[in-house]
Design a protein around this ligand. Structure first.
Ligand SMILES: Nc1ncnc2c1ncn2[C@@H]1O[C@H](COP(=O)(O)OP(=O)(O)OP(=O)(O)O)[C@@H](O)[C@H]1O
Ligand SMILES: [Mg+2]
Length: 246
């Protein structure tokens, strides 16, 4: 049985979609069979970070409604183990049939070793939909106080939902800025009240790879963010990969 991993935040724009794509690519590159699902209904853009804009991808609603089988998910041209379903564009998370969605995710877990969900911002219906069945949750935050506060709030909600496997990625880490505002990764973890699964540097290659609609790991596999995604993928796989931070 595969593992369902939801990438959530609270505050918008923290890097969920970019990191979900990077981690999914890294997992697939290391041999895992991965399904990546855009759950940002109405505001989908995971296809851009995966470099799949030219592909006419099925939506997860096409599959959970029974119109198409799961094996019609778009196969990534660069990472043959990576498959993709986009989000429906013309509805809201509240329109999604929870029972059918759950059954669909259970089936996906049978067919893939990892199923990654790219959640929308906020703590409403889309957040709940992604978190409900997740075996592991990754909360993405930056060091900015609003983002950390929202991550802490999301963490409280997840605790109420009985979620125990919740870890944080501190994204867009910039040592110079951290020194200037006297903040450390430990401060961010303390304020979020959650353990760490990784840190990702502020790296222009993340934005550039999306601008060129190329997966980060293909755009520059040696970039700091690509390396960080590979390390996080290893931790998700359960390998003892140390987290280097000051
Ligand atoms: N580590 C990073 N370094 C530099 N830029 C980054 C990094 N991570 C994300 N970004 C940039 O931040 C912006 C927001 O990223 P992204 O769309 O992945 O966030 P999101 O959390 O999915 O947003 P939303 O809540 O709207 O879905 C993008 O322009 C992206 O290129
Ligand atoms: Mg997003």
């Amino acid at each position: 049985m595969g593992k369902l991993v939801a990438v959530l935040s609270g505050k918008g724009g923290t890097g969920k979609t970019s990191l979900c794509a990077g981690i999914a690519s890294a997992l697939a590159q290391s041999g895992e069979r991965v399904l990546c699902i855009d759950c940002d209904i109405g505001l989908r853009n995971l296809d851009i970070s995966l470099g799949l804009t030219d592909y006419c991808a099925l939506t997860f609603a096409d599959v959970y409604s029974g119109s198409y089988p799961l094996n019609k998910a778009t196969q990534h041209p660069e990472f043959s183990n990576l498959f993709f379903l986009t989000a429906p564009a013309n509805c809201s998370a509240a329109d999604i049939d929870g029972e059918k969605f759950s059954a669909f995710l259970e089936e996906a877990k049978k067919q893939f070793q990892f199923v990654l969900l790219d959640a929308p911002a906020g703590i409403e219906a889309g957040f709940q939909l992604c978190a409900r069945q997740a075996d592991q949750i990754i909360l993405v935050t930056s060091a900015d106080p609003a983002s950390v506060r929202d991550a802490a709030r999301a963490g409280e909600l997840l605790e109420k939902m009985g979620k125990t496997q919740v870890r944080v990625i501190v994204n867009r880490v910039n040592e110079k800025l951290y020194r200037a505002v006297r903040v450390t990764i430990d401060d961010v973890m303390d304020r979020a009240g959650l353990p760490l699964i990784g840190i990702v540097e502020d790296d222009p290659d993340v934005t550039l790879s999306a601008a060129f609609e190329t997966p980060l790991l293909c755009y520059n596999k040696r970039s700091a963010a690509a390396k960080a995604c590979k390390r996080i993928a290893k931790r998700i796989q359960g390998f003892p990969e140390p987290i280097p931070y000051k």
